[in-house]
Design a binder for this molecule. Structure first.
Ligand SMILES: [Zn+2]
Length: 371
């Protein structure tokens, strides 16, 4: 029998590790690998459900929120050729298929809407794009209402260029749709978080309402590798200091979650997160096996003094939920860190917000009290 080695929480031989590493990259990502489901069941014994604070319903309709960037991502991320909107639709899951991995793997999720009508739909800088269609706040609320066993809450999205209408939509997300907070992809939406005219009024309102916000940080896969990256400028997501830092300082009661790894701005993101008590982080959008190389400071901090600041996100279904979880399990986290990342930190950081939108936190709170 081949010799088994320890990788994080898992024990396996080289051959199995290599095989699983290949299999997790195989599409479709809404189909769970039975072996990984078993591994997770074993490892999670006694653990409540994992909480996924960042994923997208890129379903047969939902993928269109990325428009031409999505057809391009098929080449950039998966190396496909001859991709058309029709082929993306055909290969994307239905809503029912999309929720399956969460149910099978014991994950409660909080997916996000996508609204960039001005910049992506109508243009400029990226439109007009006939393949674009927003993933609306109503659609996200409906997803939550139809699949309450896995979709426990949802993030809204507003288009800052719509000014007054964007502010009204934030209020509607809060009062009528009961969404958890608002997510921004400043690259796709082509705006700066430090824009006093269109962005600051939104932060002001979110702070007043007590709506957390999520900002995309660092490099983005959107447009990557295409000439001119299809027009997308990295300045909107890589302007951490001073811009992101200014927002955190100017709105001290605004809960800000830095999405992804701030690749290219690893040090700045870690420093802001240390300096500003209202800034938290989430770790989706990169295979965890690359953390040490691409974002070494984040990897160091999340295992040490910033261990209470990081939450799990999957970026499913651009990435496979089972594969991402599996890679976390086989990383050498310090003791207790993975449980913080998987659910404890989300309950501490977003607990009152989850309560506001009516999430029953019993399964997690019971476990916290046991400790
Ligand atoms: Zn995302």
């Amino acid at each position: 029998m081949a010799e088994k080695k320890r990788y994080g929480l898992l024990e396996m031989d080289e051959e199995t590790k290599r095989r699983l590493d290949r299999e997790i990259r195989r599409e479709p990502f809404h189909r769970v690998i039975p072996e990984i489901k078993e591994i997770l069941k074993e490892v999670r014994k006694g653990m409540p459900r994992i909480i996924d604070v960042h994923c997208h319903p890129y379903t047969k309709e939902g993928w269109r929120s990325l428009g031409k960037f999505r057809t391009h991502l098929e080449t950039y991320l998966y190396g496909k050729k001859g991709v058309t909107p029709e082929s993306v639709t055909a290969e994307s899951p239905t809503d029912e298929e999309w929720v399956l991995p969460f149910r099978e793997l014991g994950v409660a999720c909080i997916p996000t809407a996508w609204m960039a009508d001005t910049s992506q739909g109508l243009g400029p800088p990226y439109g007009p794009d006939p393949s674009y269609k927003s993933n609306t706040n109503d659609e996200l609320a409906s997803l939550r209402n139809r699949f309450p066993d896995v979709v426990i809450a949802a993030w809204g999205s507003v288009d800052p260029w719509q000014r007054q209408k964007a502010l009204e939509e934030v209020e509607r997300c809060y009062k009528e749709l009961k969404l958890l907070g608002i997510k921004f992809q400043q690259g796709g939406q082509a705006f700066s978080v430090a824009d006093k005219e269109i962005a600051y009024p939104i932060w002001d309102l979110c702070q007043d309402l007590g709506m957390p916000v999520k900002f995309h940080t660092g490099f983005t896969g959107m447009g990557s590798g295409a000439p001119g990256a299809l027009g997308l400028k990295l300045k909107y997501t890589m302007n951490l200091i001073p811009d992101f830092d200014d927002v955190a300082a100017d709105f001290p009661k605004l809960k800000i979650i830095f999405l992804h790894h701030a690749e290219g701005r690893d040090e700045d993101a870690c420093l802001i997160c240390r300096h500003k008590g209202n800034v938290y982080r989430e770790v989706s959008g990169m295979w965890p096996e690359y953390y040490e190389i691409n974002v070494p400071r984040m990897w160091y901090e999340m295992n040490r003094r910033q261990q209470d600041k990081y939450m799990f996100g999957s970026e499913y279904n651009l990435f496979p939920l089972d594969g991402i979880l599996y890679q976390h399990l086989r990383k050498d986290y310090r003791e207790g860190i993975l449980e913080k990342l998987f659910w404890k930190n989300a309950i501490h950081i977003l607990g009152e917000d989850l309560e506001r939108v009516g999430v029953n936190r019993k399964e997690w709170k019971e476990k916290l009290e046991e400790v």
